[in-house]
Design a protein around this ligand. Structure first.
Ligand code: NAD
Length: 504
């Protein structure tokens, strides 16, 4: 990507340049500025929402089959542009190409789910709820809906939202992360090529100014948000105060509970994959291993030997398994947890600052936003390193004496996004899924991200609102229900009756 790349908005079916502020986009592997992005103003949001509002009536009235046909074409186009999308993601986010391809694949699954919209929007029908009276339910789109998304999945997280919102007959305004905005414009172009009418899908780039304008705009009926917990809480409170339906997914701190009967090689492979994939910048990353006595020492040895073999390097190097962090500030913040951990009593068993970077020196002295995989052992439960979301390649090992103590550690945390148990004891696993206060649970599966036809969402400070994303809850979020009670007159309608309607 050249330094002249400029990422615009997409409004009413084509690119629209902003006329206000811009922000820089970085290549995290080099630390060099690779482009700029428009930072949307309230006027830009007004223009996008107006385009969406104008496009909504015709799209709402488009037949279910016509909408599904556009979705099928979009699915095919995204499939054919997987590599291009992954390259854009990798260049701005830093994740390795294969990982970027993975996020496109998981987003595509939601498009495939939304292709079934004629079936998903079927209502119920009851004949003869009263004598010669029928009752049926229908679900209708809301109008203009918005999605505000984080940097860590610039294609997949928007695709958790807009395929279903659009399939349901809504018009959509996406506000992507300003850190890696290019994927949003390619997706917009593919929608146009798929035959989606202009204005049904719009993109406003930017940050807080654009978000605030969306949250206050009277024509925006619903907001889906994914990002950090403080902003999720703010979006939920502000959006609902403006009368909107809001689902706001926040941060996470995901624990893997390892029982003594678990297969420790499987556990070590899983912990390293789930802890360091995408440099730990995944809301479902495993960031804490809870090792139930006496497996701690043996498990740490196995984890350390695997971490030593990981290849850290630029995302476009096919040999790299883990890329850089997204920004310099974020890298510095993540790295600061090493010293904090030591001051809290943890032991650094792998120091990511000294990790070699392919084509460079160590993480600390290579240009770009590097920090290698880091393992902290004997992290005290309840310490800041244990409690806080670090969102980077730092895996904490917490030792616990029993299963019960492990569940207590998980349930006492602020977050409830994902968790996993590793055991060969079915009874323990069943008890765990029942007792743990977390929305998504893995049993011998480290990153239990639900498939598109289930819904994704955490508990506690990992989600504000009551509806999870995609799956049938997504269809529910982007539609409103109606129930029709109908009687076609016949000669025996019975005349005036002031009593409360009952079924007779
Ligand atoms: P973030 O909260 O900084 O940003 C998310 C979005 O909010 C972006 O579009 C950003 O432009 C906007 N934003 C930022 N500051 C704002 C402000 N003050 N007012 C209004 N809008 C603002 O999150 P991020 O750093 O982009 O993403 C990482 C976070 O997202 C992590 O906490 C991670 O756990 C979380 N995440 C959660 C899930 C989930 O499903 N629960 C999924 C992915 C990421």
């Amino acid at each position: 990507m050249s330094a002249t790349t400029h990422v615009t908005h997409w409004i009413g079916g084509g690119p629209v340049a902003g006329n206000g502020e811009t922000a820089e986009i970085y290549n995290p592997a080099t630390g060099v500025v690779s482009g700029t992005v428009d930072m949307g103003s309230a006027a830009d949001v007004d223009a996008a929402v107006a385009a969406a509002e104008a496009a909504f009536p015709a799209w709402r009235d488009a037949s279910l089959v016509k909408r599904a046909q556009v979705l099928f074409r979009f699915r095919d186009l995204v499939d054919r542009h997987r590599d291009e999308l992954a390259a854009l993601i990798s260049a701005e986010h830093g994740k390795v190409h294969s990982d970027a391809l993975g996020e496109v694949a998981r987003g595509l699954e939601v498009v495939e789910f939304a292709c079934g919209i004629p079936h998903l929007l079927k209502g119920g029908f009851s004949e003869n709820v009263s004598t010669r009276v029928d009752s049926y339910s229908i679900r209708q789109p809301l109008g203009v809906v918005a999605g505000i998304t984080p940097f860590n999945f610039p294609a997949m997280v928007p695709m958790w939202m807009f395929p279903i919102a659009i399939a349901c007959g809504n018009a959509f305004v996406l506000k992507p992360s300003e850190k890696d905005p290019s994927a949003s414009l390619l997706l917009a172009r593919l929608w146009r090529e798929a035959g989606l009418p202009d204005g049904v899908f719009n993109v406003v780039q930017g940050g807080k100014t654009a978000v605030d304008a969306l949250l206050a705009h009277p024509w925006v009926r619903a907001v889906s948000f994914v990002g950090s917990t403080p902003i999720a809480r703010y979006v939920y409170e502000t959006g609902t105060a403006h009368g909107k339906r809001v689902q706001a997914l926040g941060g996470a701190k995901n624990h893997m509970l390892v029982l003594p009967d678990a297969d420790l090689d499987l556990v070590a492979d899983s912990a390293v994959s789930a802890g360091f994939g995408s440099a730990g910048e995944r809301c479902m990353a495993i960031s804490v291993v809870l090792a139930v006595d006496p497996v701690g020492d043996a498990l740490v040895d196995k984890i350390v030997s695997r971490v030593a073999a990981l290849k850290v390097g630029p995302g476009d190097d096919p040999e790299s398994e883990m890329g850089p962090l997204v920004t310099r500030e974020h890298r510095d913040k993540v790295a600061s947890y090493l010293d904090l951990g030591v001051s809290e009593g943890a032991k650094v068993v792998v120091d990511g600052r000294t990790a070699p970077v392919r084509g460079g020196g160590t993480a600390a002295d290579t240009p770009g936003f590097w920090l290698g995989p880091t393992v902290l052992d004997h992290v005290p439960p309840g310490s800041r390193v244990h409690r806080e979301e670090i969102f980077g390649p730092v895996l904490s090992i917490v030792r616990v004496p029993t299963y019960e103590a492990g569940v207590e550690v998980i349930n006492s945390g602020e977050y409830g996004n994902g968790t996993a148990i590793f055991t060969n004891d079915g009874g323990a696993a069943r008890r765990f899924q029942n007792e743990v206060e977390v929305g998504m649970i893995g049993i011998n599966v480290p990153i239990p991200v639900p498939m598109a036809f289930y819904s994704f969402g955490g508990w506690k400070s990992s989600l504000f609102g009551d509806t999870h994303v995609h799956g049938t809850e997504g269809v529910h979020f982007y539609t409103r229900g109606k129930v029709v009670t109908s009687r076609w007159l016949d000669p025996s309608h019975g005349g005036v009756n002031l009593g409360f309607p009952t079924n007779g």
